[in-house]
Design a protein around this ligand. Sequence first.
Ligand code: IMP
Length: 178
Amino acid sequence: MASIQILDKSFVPYISKEKIQLRIEEIANDINQKFEGKKPIFLAILNGSFMFVSDLFKEITIESEISFVKLISYEGTSSTGTVKKALGLETDLHDRHVIIVEDIVDTGNTMASFIPDLEKSGAATITLVTLLHKPDATVKDVKIDYCGFSIPDKFVVGYGLDYDQLGRNLPEIYQLVD
Ligand code: IMP
């Protein structure tokens, strides 16, 4: 398989565009059924999820909204550690069905600090959709409702995911060659 080079690292094709698209259709079908009549709001976590959410949202046929947020880290109290704050969230989420769209759950730290924060918004339900999950790397208890692909604990790029900000434009997912 043709490998690619990004900066100092080599990557090989890992999950094809077609495979991603088929999985997205399955996830979208489930969401369309489950959230019919509930007008969910998709909350896309930037930057990594932009390509995934774009393809996923095209397959959503029910009435729904979308909003884009960027999570920034700031130091919480010693008991909470690093907390993620959402920038760009202007919609009132009270009583709304929120569907978080993430690129990857790795250690789980990001979602483990963001979801409790989101719960304070008074959302009716919070659902987590992630394209990728590295179960062997996850140290936090994060409930994933929809997962595209469960993958080994190896670095991946492409389809929105970056290596040092590069590789996001690749239409499929590549895995690091070690
Ligand atoms: P977590 O907080 O460790 O779960 O990681 C969350 C963020 O780390 C993701 O949203 C990604 O932006 C980034 N990340 C984790 N693993 C990878 C990877 O293999 N490739 C690219 N980005 C990654």
